[in-house]
Design a protein around this ligand. Sequence first.
Ligand code: ADP
Length: 259
Amino acid sequence: MALFKYPVPEKLIDENGLRIDKRKYNELRPISFEVGVLPQCDGSAYIEMGGNKIIAGVFGPRKVQPRHLAHPNKCVIRALYRMATFSVEERKSPAPSRREVELSMVIRNSLEPAIFVEYYPKTLIDIVVQVLAADGGTRCASINAASLALADAGIALKDLVSAVAVGKVDGKIVLDLNDIEDKEGEADLPIAVMPQFNQFTLLQFDGNMTKEEFLNAINLGLEGIQIIYQKQQDAIRAKFAYEYSNSGELTEKNEREDE
Ligand code: ADP
């Protein structure tokens, strides 16, 4: 059975320098966020990044059960990454895979540095990520959504965390790998950053690059991250501007009505 919905072309970058989805080397896939999509969670966010559709929910800070897992000086952060059985072309087994266990840890470790963990002693924050559709770079898209879900839960953050995968495809460094580029390319370099401080919280690397290519890839990733960061902030503003305007408090709209 074919691994992809369509045959993998011989060349992943054409003679005009365009990728299989017609992007330039430095273009992100279309990306959109929605904050506050799950009423049962303390915070939540949904992301579409290319063909990825991912939802993240946050519960907490809340009491730790069992109590002996609690930390006296900070909160415990847990993350759970799961792919729906229908998220990939060939039905995925519902049993948690080793990859899902690993990505849960990667997501947790990428987000923890952004949280003021010492503000919430003896508590637990649960981050749950569900991949509804996967299209390469799900760990980065999950981090982008989960970071917004944490903000939506009102958890004190040093900064949002923004993430993207850079890679090497047909010998070229390209931004934001899609599924085929991820699987068929020569290198995959997912990064996550707290953009305000240019502080990395994730840097993984799989494949081959020269030192120069590696530095180019990091710079290209950081450029992409600035765009993602802006969109994340816009998504938070969109939710809270809406709530504020519905709270009856003075807003731009109400001010106009009062005139
Ligand atoms: P990431 O999603 O962060 O890039 P991987 O490199 O492990 O993580 O996965 C690359 C891509 O492979 C995923 O985004 C997804 O599109 C695809 N993939 C992952 N697991 C499966 C699976 N069980 N079956 C088919 N495709 C998968």
